[in-house]
Design a binder for this molecule. Sequence first.
Ligand code: SF4
Length: 325
Amino acid sequence: MTNDAYIQVEALTKYFPVRKGFFKRVVGQVKAVDGVSFSMRRGETLGIVGESGCGKSTIGRTMIHLLEPTSGSVRFGGQDVGEMLRTDAKSLRRRMQIIFQDPYGSLNPRLTVKEIVGEGVKFHGLARGKKALDSYVADVLVEAGLLPEHRHRYPHEFSGGQRQRICIARAIAVRPEVIVCDEPVSALDVSIQSQVLNTLKDLQERERLTYLFITHDLSVVKFISDRVVIMYLGKMMEIAPTAAIFDNPLHPYAKALLSSIPMPDPTRKTEQVLLEGDIPSPINPPSGCRFHTRCPQAMERCSQSEPPMTDAGEGHGVACFLYGP
Ligand code: SF4
């Protein structure tokens, strides 16, 4: 564990039972997240990237204990998050917020924007009295890139980008320290995406927010993240500062994933690596290295034992036998 870790995730695991039959007997486990460890510094953005089903959304929800981990621990400011949930759930819920992908589905259509954004403010006692609440919500809407008068309207009166700004306003209204951003711009037009991402960046600078940013979009992760984790079938394949991941990916899966994005500089040619086969089922993942069934460089040992995360220097970690031990 690093001493300056603000958040420390240690061997985090989340399995979901698979039930079958009339008696709903448990016949297996979906290993959505399987022994994931990383740390985060205060004020940084850690991007989590991978194809759908790799466990990235589950990491976010489990990290803030919206889902209870199967095993492993999360420490936040030196305290165990599970323990914080038992002793002071209210404060934990205020300090760690989440923004979801679907801005419409996560907003109650019967409530005005003021009611939506003001709910947490009232609950946490951040504004007392009607007048104070009204001006508090108006200020938060401006911070999130909306207008004060928007507080009197309903979610259906807004565009997708504006709705996501309402979700951002709701999250920042309670003055959190950490926000899990779960594909927050995936449902938006590309032209709107960068505006919302810029708002998130501005807010982060101003409030010193820490983001766990989950996305399947490599250009989004490149734009927003300080460091990136590449996930495959519930496991971390690689972690590194953003520039290192994009300029010099080490893991064969990371290389394949990144080779699919067009290079802005056509003189720098990267050979496209096409992966064969489908992603295996997380109910019965491959033995050893989970990527061995699709890896172009797989060796005999890769199906027998699991490669540990190896330090490749300068904050670059990779779980592959090509890099040791
Ligand atoms: Fe490929 Fe083996 Fe490395 Fe896994 S450990 S990525 S199978 S070379």
